[in-house]
Write a protein that binds this ligand. Structure first.
Ligand SMILES: Cc1cc2nc3c(=O)[nH]c(=O)nc-3n(C[C@H](O)[C@H](O)[C@H](O)COP(=O)(O)O)c2cc1C
Length: 155
């Protein structure tokens, strides 16, 4: 494992609803970037279907996942919305603006997209926080070198 593996991150499922097409993607590359206004950044691979959808909408949801939600994170992080509807068999809620909130969410943050930055094979989407919901006070699922989650960096 290289030094970059020592960067541990909060594991999330980022959801969106672009042109009536809902999708979600497991995202570990996420961070806060501004206090006032509150803003966060997510890094999304250019080949992901979610990358296409995020370019067709101005809003995304961040579902910060509970440790028990590993299986669902692996599902959203190994299948593409290009091939399947990841919500087809899922009993999920929607935010007031219609963005999916998946089961196993510990905290939900909804953002409007303010900036996009090119970063090699990824794009960084910077969002301003417009809604926050806390469903519990436990620690979230983390992603790092010893993670049991799907080793997505190899794909
Ligand atoms: C734990 C975990 C974390 C991930 N983090 C990211 C990430 O930060 N950025 C990214 O582009 N892909 C990440 N992935 C890979 C995508 O979730 C995966 O390629 C997904 O199938 C893309 O779905 P889509 O084509 O429907 O957008 C991660 C996967 C897993 C399992």
């Amino acid at each position: 494992m290289d030094a970059l593996g020592k960067i541990y991150s909060t594991t999330t499922i980022v959801t969106m609803n672009a042109k009536e097409k809902a999708n979600g993607i497991a995202i570990a590359w996420i961070t806060r970037v501004s206090i006032n206004p509150p803003m966060i950044a997510i890094s999304v691979g250019k080949t992901r279907y979610s990358h296409t959808l995020l370019n067709e909408t101005d809003r995304f949801g961040v579902c910060i996942m509970r440790p028990e939600a590993e299986k669902l994170v692996n599902f959203f992080g190994s299948k593409s919305g290009r091939d399947i509807d990841k919500f087809a068999e899922l009993d999920y809620e929607k935010s007031p603006s219609g963005i999916p909130i998946v089961p196993g969410t510990l905290a939900y943050i909804e953002c409007t997209i303010k900036e996009k930055a090119d970063a090699g094979d990824h794009t960084i989407f910077i969002g301003e926080v417009v809604l926050q919901k806390l469903f519990g006070n436990d620690k979230p699922l983390l992603y790092g070198e010893h993670s049991m989650l799907n080793p997505w960096l190899r794909d």
